[in-house]
Every structure is written in C-alpha cells, then in structure tokens.
Ligand binder design. Structure first.
Ligand code: BYC
Length: 332
C-alpha cells in the first residue's frame, strides 16, 4: 500500500500499521496525486523536510548569483553583458519565489537567512567552486543550469502545491539559462584554438562538481526514501544523475569537447552511459564548509545582508506609515 519502498541509505518511511488515522488519510491523498496546500494537515516531518529542501533550494539560487555576477562587468560584449545581467536577476527572482513557498510552511524568510548565515542550512555544493574564466560562465549555464533543470522538471510534480507551482515558473526561465550557457560554449568551442582550450578547461573543472549537484549516491542518501514516499522527491539522486549524463554527452560531442572521464562509454544493455562517479570525499568536504569558495560565498552574503539592513528597515517603516494612513481613512 502507498508509495513504493526505495532501497537507499537513511531512515525508511513508516509502514501503514505504524501510522495514525491522520497520517493514513494524508498518505492516501499523496497516493491520489493530490496537491497538499499550506492550510492542509501534514505530518510534522513532511513540513520540516520541505522547509529544509525549499530553504536550501532558495539559498542556492541566491548564492548562485555570486559566481556569475562576478563576470557581469567583464562580459566580452554588450549583448553578453545584458544577457548575463538578466540571468543573474532571474536567479534572485527564483530565490524569492522559493522563500515565499517556504514561508507558507510557517517559517519566515529572515529565519531561513539567519540559519544560512549561522551555517545551519546548506546551499548547493556547486557554488563553492570558482569561475576563473569567461568560459566558466558558459559551463555554468550549460552544466549547472542543465543539472538544475533535470532536477526541477521532476519537482514540478512534487506533492506540495506552492513548491510545485514555483517550479513551473522557474523551469521556464532555467531553459533559457541553459541555452545561453550552451551558446557561449558553442561560440568558444568553434573559436580560436585558445578559446576552444578555455571551453575544454571549463568542462574539465565543472563536470564532476555538476554531477555532485544531484546529491550523494542513493546508498548514502539520508532523505530520499522518506522524501519519495511523500512525493516531495520524484526521482532518486542516481536516477537524475544518470539522466543528466545521458543528455549531456551528445551535447559535448556536438561541441567537439571531451568529457573528462576515461571510463565513459555507452552501455548497450542498460541503454545508458557508464561513467566514473565523482569523488564523494570531496563532496562531503564541500557541503561541510571546506570547499574552495565556501568562506568567500558566505562572507559576501553576510556583507550584503548587513549592508542592506537600512533598505529593509526603510521598507518596513514605509509599510507601517501606509498602514497608519489606511487606518485613519477607515476611522474618519
Ligand atoms: N549540495 O539525503 P540527501 C540552481 C545534502 S540551484 C549541498 O540525498 P536530499 C542555480 C542534503 O541537504 C540548484 N548539499 O538529501 C542557481 C543532506 O544534508 P542535510 C539547487 C547537498 O535533500 C543559480 C545530505 O546532503 N537545487 O539551480 O534528499 C544559478 C544528504 O543528501 C547536496 C535544489 O536545491 C548538494 N548538491 O537530496 C544556476 C533542488 N546534495 O540537509 C543554477 C532541490 C545533498 O540533511 N533539492 N546535499 O544537512 C533537491 O532536489 C534535494 O535536496 C537534493 C538532495 C537532490 C539536492
């Protein structure tokens, strides 16, 4: 009965005989693919898992502006600059949709940001790697946004209504982001030998970090089994990683670039590529705060938050004034 049992690391979901009547009714709604809305009853663990995942996702969008934002002033043409500016602004918008979705679960945006700054919440590992050249901006759009879409297209069907609706909107914009990255790579791969070498170097450095975005292998994933039973997650980490590899290899071939993996080959039997997994030791180092840019990213976020305090306070004061004026009109 109810969702399938997924063999992964981490705690297994409750069996029906361990559930209260409310939990059973909730699982039936999940089974019927009904969307769960903010005022509906939900298990506390469901609510907490969503706050963790949506909050982490929102933080990733906002922190994710930093490596690319770094290149706005150095984009090679006016057109590239305008496109990159629009993309980085989109990421801020995605962060806002997601913070709003998390707020429907009874946590404020300020609380989430406080937890991020205190190191109590994570953001995607990928943003702890530096963007050293213009080709990295292409690789981020192509691979990072490509990996993000792979994950987010599935999340459009997630069981929590506000998260699923935010995903629909975000996915539309992400496909433009992926295309702009691929377009940069195409231009460079077909440019001078030096430009092609830069594109190859960017692929070499971003390939494994992009594979890490999907999370640890299923056998070590703490949350997958429960999150899939609740249909918060629709696919396992390894399923999405495999899909991403299968989709990206032909794209690299079209660019004339080489994926940095000697073991990469098509497996006729599985109808999928065999590939070398990332270095999981490195992944855990990065998500625990010891990646190449963790300190720099957090310092930049905290600085922006502190320096923006006057603006938030000004807005709140304006809101209070408007409220007082409205009250005067109503009472007059
Ligand atoms: N990075 O049990 P697991 C973007 C953590 S932004 C850091 O498998 P879960 C973009 C995980 O949180 C894209 N931490 O976890 C923006 C857990 O630790 P805690 C962001 C990671 O949640 C700007 C532990 O490892 N996308 O697209 O079932 C410019 C065990 O993992 C990572 C999303 O956030 C990681 N890569 O599955 C360009 C999508 N992986 O919390 C692009 C929504 C795992 O217990 N999130 N961890 O301390 C998800 O789909 C899932 O949360 C994940 C992980 C697949 C990422």
């Amino acid at each position: 009965m109810y969702a399938q049992v997924i063999e992964t690391g981490g705690k297994q979901p409750k069996r029906p005989d361990e559930m209260s009547a409310e939990e059973k009714a909730f699982m039936q709604r999940i089974e019927n693919n009904e969307k769960i809305e903010p005022k509906d009853w939900m298990p506390e663990g469901y609510r907490r898992t969503l706050i963790r995942q949506i909050g982490q996702h929102a933080h990733s969008e906002v922190v994710g502006q930093l490596p690319e934002g770094n290149w706005i002033t150095r984009a090679p043409t006016l057109e590239r600059k305008a496109i990159l500016l629009a993309k980085v602004q989109d990421e801020a918008g995605h962060g806002l949709y997601l913070y709003c979705a998390a707020e429907t679960l009874g946590v404020s945006r300020d609380e989430l940001i406080e937890r991020l700054h205190a190191g109590k919440m994570k953001y995607s590992s990928i943003f702890n790697y530096p963007t050293l050249t213009w080709a990295d901006v292409g690789a981020v759009g192509w691979l990072v946004d490509g990996a993000a879409i792979m994950n987010q297209v599935a999340l459009q069907r997630t069981s929590y209504g506000p998260y699923s609706r935010a995903m629909v909107r975000i996915c539309k914009e992400e496909s433009f982001h992926q295309r702009q990255g691929y377009d940069i790579m195409l231009k460079m791969a077909r440019g001078t030998p030096e430009q092609k070498a830069m594109a190859q170097d960017a692929l070499n450095r971003f390939w494994y970090p992009a594979l890490m975005m999907f999370g640890p292998p299923d056998s070590d994933s703490v949350h997958t089994a429960q999150s899939m039973a609740w249909k918060i997650k629709i696919n396992t980490n390894d399923e999405l990683r495999q899909r991403f590899v299968d989709q990206t290899v032909p794209q690299a071939e079209y660019l004339g670039l080489t994926i940095p993996d000697e073991n990469l080959r098509w497996n006729e039997e599985r109808q999928a590529y065999d590939f070398t997994p990332p270095d999981w030791e490195e992944f855990y180092q990065v998500i625990n705060g010891y990646g190449p840019c963790n300190r720099e990213r957090m310092d930049a976020r905290i600085k922006a938050w502190e320096e923006g305090a006057w603006f938030r306070e000004g807005l709140a004061e304006y809101g209070r004034k408007m409220e007082a004026q409205r009250a005067k009109v109503v009472n007059a």
